[in-house]
Write a protein that binds this ligand. Structure first.
Ligand SMILES: *Cc1c(COP(=O)(O)O)cnc(C)c1O
Length: 517
């Protein structure tokens, strides 16, 4: 049976989009995020049918439920999934590692850049190329539709996007990052990719300057039309979709060992993209208990689940004056002020609030009102019954910096296994939940979002006092050797100026064109 799903904006301005439109547009015109018109249910007998599948085969089955055959044929989708995960180093793509305390660590970092974002961005890169080459056919170079991806990064997104898009036909990628402010490994990963369609641009400033420049590029309608600017940030629907697979894959590998297994997932969370995929899996029918959100000291989500107020600054101890910024922690990929994907979940909460006799458009109205209030006041509160509903889907834990380092130490002591600081936030949250009453029969799966070698400063801070500990030999993967000395390509743009960035994009697009003819 082929999927009938279409895509609509959370804010109600647009509906009936194809999967292709939702992916290529990224964000809806009314500022909302794309969601599927319905959450598909699982086919009869899925556990038996799917438990023998490889990761790419399972990805194909799940994606098929969200992508109509008329848009991408079965053969084409199978091929896209196979190619997207052929770049992973582990035969199981996302294997489970069991710790001595019983926690199952779901290792999501076996892709090209050693971060979980590869699971989504390897697929998204192939999908962009697929849609563009299909549109373009054998048109001559000057008539081809060309996508120019522009993004800002503080580390992980940039490298995963570059590895997802390198060498792809009809796509160019420009990644802006703050000079000297991304980790040395991440900088080396990005700048040593020398494919002609990849451009790393440093900005003499901070991450927010880079993000502002990207927003200005997107806000320039004429530039946008001329160069067809695209985004790869975590609000793209295809990224969420790709991430649903590993929740099923992990569940099924535990189910194969024990048919009665009760599973609970714990997810280190920033922009809410990773855990949102878990929510979709659960709504599709994956048997799992409430999902556990693990945040660092940037805890907007943790505060929401305790107070029902979604607000940038913590006002629980009185009013806050002056600018509010994200805190710098040992888990920088989770240093966010606002979780952009949370809007999608808020839509489902709004829908529940008006169900069962009302329509999607009423949910959109409520959601749009919430988002406007949040934009104006930096804060929005939901009614107690809405918070109760949210607490049926999620619980949350906040883990501070000191505890993050202590957790890396503890797991090294018990298992000689090295956690990256993001994963450590999740493992600590897991440990707390395991101690709760009623948790005895539950199998905990704690998502590991990065390889520890990417965050050497925090890992060494935790482990350098252990006798015999050696980062180079115990933590650093073979692939990182020599990376620091490899040839680099990087464009220095100087102080943040939009005119300079636009010029850099135009000059390099011209140069690329000359290289391809
Ligand atoms: C992006 C990222 C996260 C946060 O994921 P979200 O989808 O933004 O919640 C956590 N850990 C690492 C290592 C990441 O790169």
């Amino acid at each position: 049976m082929s999927s009938q799903v279409t895509y609509q904006s959370t804010r109600g301005g647009s509906s009936n989009f194809s999967f292709e439109d939702a992916v290529l547009k990224g964000l809806a015109n009314d500022g909302g995020l794309f969601i599927p018109s319905e959450i598909p249910k699982l086919p009869e007998g899925w556990k038996e049918k799917w438990s023998s599948l490889s990761f790419p085969e399972l990805a194909y089955e799940i994606m098929s439920l969200y992508i109509p055959r008329s848009e991408i044929s079965a053969e084409e989708l199978k091929d896209l999934a196979a190619r997207s995960y052929a770049t992973f180093r582990h035969p199981e793509t996302t294997p489970l590692k069991k710790l001595n305390n019983g926690i199952n660590v779901l290792e999501l970092f076996h892709g090209p850049t050693f971060a979980f974002k590869d699971v989504a961005l390897q697929f998204l890169g192939n999908l962009f190329e697929f849609f563009l080459t299909r549109k373009n056919g054998d048109k001559p170079e000057e008539e081809r539709d060309h996508l120019t991806v522009v993004g800002a990064t503080s580390g992980d997104t940039g490298s995963a996007a570059i590895y997802g898009l390198r060498g792809k036909k009809d796509v160019s990628v420009f990644i802006l990052f703050p000079e000297g402010r991304v980790s040395p490994v991440q900088e080396a990963q990005m700048t040593t990719v020398t494919d002609p369609n990849v451009h790393c641009v440093t900005v003499a400033g901070v991450f927010d300057d880079c993000q502002d420049l990207v927003k200005q590029v997107f806000g320039d309608a004429e530039f946008n039309r001329k160069h067809h600017v695209g985004a790869v940030n975590s609000i793209n629907w295809a990224r969420i979709l790709a991430q649903i697979t590993y929740y099923f894959y992990a569940y099924l590998s535990l189910y194969k060992q024990n048919k009665d297994v009760k599973v609970r997932f714990v997810v280190p969370t920033g922009n809410f993209g990773d855990i949102l995929a878990g929510y979709y899996a659960k709504e599709m029918g994956l048997p799992t208990e409430k999902l556990v959100i693990a945040t660092n000291e940037n805890d907007i989500l943790d505060r929401f689940f305790h107070t029902g107020r979604y607000e940038k600054a913590d006002t629980s101890k009185g009013p806050v004056t002056g600018p509010v910024c994200a805190k710098e922690t040992y888990s920088p990929a989770m240093d966010i002020l606002v979780s952009s994907n949370f809007e999608r979940y808020l839509w489902y909460l709004a829908r529940q609030q008006v169900a069962p006799n009302h329509t999607d458009s009423e949910a959109c109205e409520i959601l749009a009102k919430w988002m406007n209030e949040f934009k104006t006041n930096g804060s929005v509160a939901v009614r107690p019954e809405v918070l109760d509903a949210a607490r049926k889907d999620f619980v949350s834990e906040r883990v501070d910096n000191e505890t993050t380092i202590a957790t890396i130490k503890k797991v090294y002591e018990t298992d000689k296994y090295v956690l990256d600081p993001h994963t450590a936030v999740g493992v600590e949250a897991t440990t707390r939940r395991m101690k709760e009453a009623g948790a005895e029969g539950t199998t905990f799966v704690s998502l590991s979002t990065a390889h520890p070698a990417k965050f050497d400063a925090a890992v060494n801070l935790a482990l350098s006092s252990f006798e015999g500990y050696n980062f180079e030999t115990q933590v650093m993967p073979r692939e990182f050797h020599g990376l620091k000395d490899a040839e680099r390509r990087v464009i220095f743009s100087g102080a943040p100026r939009i005119e300079v960035i636009k010029q850099i994009v135009e000059i390099n697009l011209e140069r690329e064109k000359k290289m391809t003819v």
